[in-house]
Design a protein around this ligand. Structure first.
Ligand code: BTN
Length: 251
């Protein structure tokens, strides 16, 4: 169904929301808007991305009309050292919004993969640029199937619940939850976000995982988040290490 941009604009008066039928990546358009001086909160979405970007240089599968693909600008005035917690805040906001609109309860895998069971349903990307952040969220909403190469890794809200969902109310709820959690971070500091993430994620404590960052591979048991928002890993050799980046998966 055609995306009802007016619904979103009515629900979020005063916010700049731009929508494309097809674009290589909403990250590129949003980066351009940041460069042009667009305010925090600006949203760029698309029905289809022909070169959707994922974390760690991967691609993001963006089947036309089936998912919600959008980027937005944050100008929070926070230090770069707060960036990992901004990332966590977006994950918490996404899980809350998805649950409020669809009733589907998702898990969070550090730093911000949104999962149903062990399959990914939403991905979140955060890129620092100049004095702001370009963030992107992809939600697999009504996908019925996935390409062979990600079939065992991905799911959608439709596959998980047997129901289809309108994208517009989901986008509105996501943007409101993002506003709420980023304001919480700016006003009250990192602790509420660290606590909310730890509550929402089965990965934060006591999970056997492999952490792969391309160059190294560590195996151990997760042991909470540190104050900066990094995942602590108790390695099998006894060392307790902060994971700064990389992919986390069950061991
Ligand atoms: C991940 O790999 O988990 C992050 C995926 C982020 C995908 C979204 S879809 C909207 C925005 N545009 C992109 O090209 N990527 C992000």
């Amino acid at each position: 169904m055609a995306f009802d941009l007016e619904y979103v604009r009515r629900a979020l008066p005063g916010r700049s929301v731009e929508w494309h039928g097809s674009t290589p990546s909403t990250m590129l358009v949003a980066a351009q808007r940041l460069e042009e001086g667009a305010p925090g909160g600006t949203v760029v979405g698309a029905d289809e991305q022909t070169a959707g970007q994922g974390r760690l240089g991967r691609a993001w599968h963006s089947e036309p009309d089936a998912g919600l693909y959008f980027s937005f600008l944050l100008r929070l005035g926070l230090a770069l050292s707060d960036l990992p917690v901004v990332t966590l805040a977006l994950g918490v906001a996404t899980v809350e919004a998805v649950s409020a609109v669809t009733g589907v309860i998702c898990d969070l895998r550090w730093p911000n993969d949104v999962l149903i069971g062990d399959r990914k349903v939403c991905g979140i990307l955060v890129q620092a640029q100049g004095d702001g952040l370009v963030c992107g969220i992809g939600v697999n909403v009504n996908h019925r199937e996935f390409p062979e190469e990600i079939r065992s890794l991905a799911t959608s809200l439709f596959v998980a619940s047997g129901r289809t969902y309108a994208r517009e109310p989901l986008l509105v709820a996501l943007l409101q939850a993002i506003d709420h959690h980023t304001e919480l971070l700016v006003k009250h500091g990192r602790d509420p976000i660290l606590q909310a993430f730890s509550r929402a994620s089965s990965y934060v404590q006591g999970r056997r995982v492999i952490v792969d960052n391309g160059a190294t591979r560590l195996t151990g048991t997760t042991d909470g988040l540190n104050n900066a928002g990094y995942l602590m890993l108790r390695q099998d050799n006894g060392n307790r290490t902060a994971i700064l980046a990389g992919g986390v998966r069950p061991a």
